[in-house]
Design a binder for this molecule. Sequence first.
Ligand code: SF4
Ligand code: FES
Length: 310
Amino acid sequence: MNFTLKIWRQQSANASGKFVNYQIKDVTPEMSFLEMLDALNEDLINRGEPPVAFEHDCREGICGSCGFLINGVAHGGQRGTTVCQLSMRFFKDKDGEALTLEPWRARAFPIVRDLIVNRSAFDRIIQAGGFISAPTGSAPDANAILVPKEAADTGFDAAACIGCGACVAACPNAAAMLFTSAKITHLNSLPQGQPQRDERTLSMVVAMANEGFGSCTNHGECEAVCPKEIPLEFIGKMNRDLIRALWHRHREPLVIPSVVQEPFHEHAGPDAEESLTLGTSEKTSDQSHVNGHALANGGRKENGIDHPQP
Ligand code: SF4
Ligand code: FES
C-alpha cells in the first residue's frame, strides 16, 4: 500500500507549524501505524532531514504515551484502540489516499514538537487527588478489606484510563471531565478511598478548572474515542460526588491547597447558601435545617453526619 502522509511539523512550542506532505510506499497490512512512521523516520534520517517526533512507549495500549489525530479522529477511529495498536490493515480502503496526522489540539496541551503535546496538566490533576490513608506498611491478607464485587468492577473499569488525552482532543470544549472522572471514580468507588473522598473530589475538580480545560456539555465525543472505553456515566458519578462534597462542607470546612476558602458557618446568609447548595434552588437559613432537609429527602446518617441523598 502507498500513502501520502500530511504531517503537522512544528519545531517547538513557540515556532509556527505547518503540514508537510510525505510519500510512503510498500506499507504492508501487517505493519502497525507507528511502524509505518518508524519507516518514514528512517527514510528522513537517511535523507538528512529531522524525523517526525511522536510519543510512544509500550506500543501495547497500556502506557498512554501515544496519541494524535488521524484524519481528525483521536487514535484513528477504531473503537477501543490506541494509535499504537492500530494496524495498517485498517487503512486498506485508503490505499493511495492522504492520511492527515496532527497533534491533540487543546489550550491545556501546548505543543512540544510535531505530534507531541505537553500533558503534564493531567499529572497535576492526579497530584491534586492527594493520598489515601489506608495502611500500606505490610502486605495485608487478600481479604483484609472486603470490597463488594460491584465496587471492585467499577474501580477496575475506572483504573483502565491510561491518561492519553484523546478525550480532551475530541471534545469541542477541550474538557478533561472523562479523564478526571475516571481518576476520581477509581478511588471513590472503593472502601480504601472513602476517608479522603470529599477532599479528593474537590481538589481534583479545582485542579481541572485551574488547568484551563473546558466543561462537559454532553457531546459524548470523549467516550466515542476513548481507547479504554471509559463510560460517560463516570462524569455523572463525579458530579454527584462533587455535590456530596459541597454538602459536607456545611458541617466542616475543607482545606483545598491553592484555594482560599472561608468556613461555611461564617457565611450563614442566604446568598452563601445558594452558592454552596449546587443542584437545588431551595434556600435554608441555618445548618440544622440543611441537614434535616437532607434526611427528610432520603439522605442518611453516618458516623453522626447527615448525608444528603446522592
Ligand atoms: S478517559 Fe480515555 S481518552 Fe481520556 S485520558 Fe483516559 S483513556 Fe485516554
Ligand atoms: S505506546 Fe503505550 S499506549 Fe500507545
